[in-house]
Design a protein around this ligand. Structure first.
Ligand SMILES: [Zn+2]
Ligand SMILES: [Zn+2]
Length: 269
């Protein structure tokens, strides 16, 4: 049985429901011993309505999770983090949050590319060219190499729109897994992708958007560390047994080395 989860959102992002405490109570009811909150990072000087909370909500997020951490300390370990993109302009801010103890950890969710003017220029759920693909890889690797990230969330997010992996796709997969092994960063088997069910990709391939066998069969062969991430956006998703059973089946099929606790990386000063 799953005993921990480090990928939990809150209502502040605009597309999740429930109170912070409801997630905690659901996790306690499911027998969890650790729960990490990792809402979409709120960024100074940047807004994305309904995708992440406004920066003005950060202090409320920190205070709420820290108070739950204290309140439930004798029953469960609660951690405070963020899911953050590879936005190099914001790496100094990420570092400040971690070094200042505002948060305990970051997980990398490589959803978009941001340019120097803080505009989103690429949506990695819609890869259209080999250039986009290599952008996804290069941004992911530059983020992971900063030492700021403790986990690579849905590392195969870029597969969402790729029906037939070609040699470039295979190369990108192998490169990213190799770097995660070298840096000892676990790859997340994202169960939100499983909860969302089987989808039609392109002209006729049916599978989860992610996680994908293309990615994780190689992760299994290469012996990478993997971890389940619930990517919960509603309290009842903490204890969704059907998707958890499917996730375990997926992990066994791909021969994954599953760890049950995330070690938090601390950046160097
Ligand atoms: Zn979300
Ligand atoms: Zn997430």
């Amino acid at each position: 049985m799953l005993k921990s989860n480090f990928h939990t959102h809150t209502f502040r992002c605009g597309h999740a429901s429930g109170s912070d405490e409801e997630y905690v109570l659901e996790a306690l009811g499911a027998g969890f011993v650790e729960l990490g909150f990792s809402d979409h990072i709120m960024l100074p000087g940047f807004k994305q309505e309904n995708l992440r909370g406004d920066y003005a909500l950060s202090e409320d997020y920190f205070a709420s999770i820290r108070s739950l951490e204290k309140k439930y300390a004798d029953r469960m370990k609660i951690h405070l983090g963020f899911e953050a993109e590879s936005f190099p302009l914001y790496f100094p801010y990420y570092q400040e949050l971690l070094l200042g103890g505002k948060i305990d950890y970051l997980i990398l969710g490589n959803h978009y590319q941001m340019n120097e003017e803080k505009k989103i220029v690429n949506y990695f759920s819609k890869i259209k060219s080999a250039a986009d693909l290599y952008n996804y890889r290069d941004l992911a690797l530059s983020a992971l190499q900063t030492g700021l990230f403790s986990c690579f969330a849905h590392p195969d997010y870029f597969m969402s729109s790729i029906a037939e992996p070609d040699k470039d796709v295979k190369k990108v997969i192998e490169d990213m897994i190799g770097v995660c092994i070298d840096l000892d960063i676990p790859l997340e088997v994202n169960t939100a992708g499983i909860r969302n069910g089987i989808k039609m990709i392109g002209n006729g391939v049916k599978r989860y958007l992610y996680p994908t066998d293309e990615f994780f069969s190689l992760a299994g062969k290469m012996g990478a560390k993997c971890i389940f991430g619930l990517d919960a956006h509603a309290p009842d998703q903490i204890s969704n047994e059907e998707s958890m059973d499917q996730a375990i089946f997926f992990a066994r099929k791909n021969n994954l080395r599953i760890i049950d606790k995330l070690e938090f990386k601390k950046p160097k000063e």
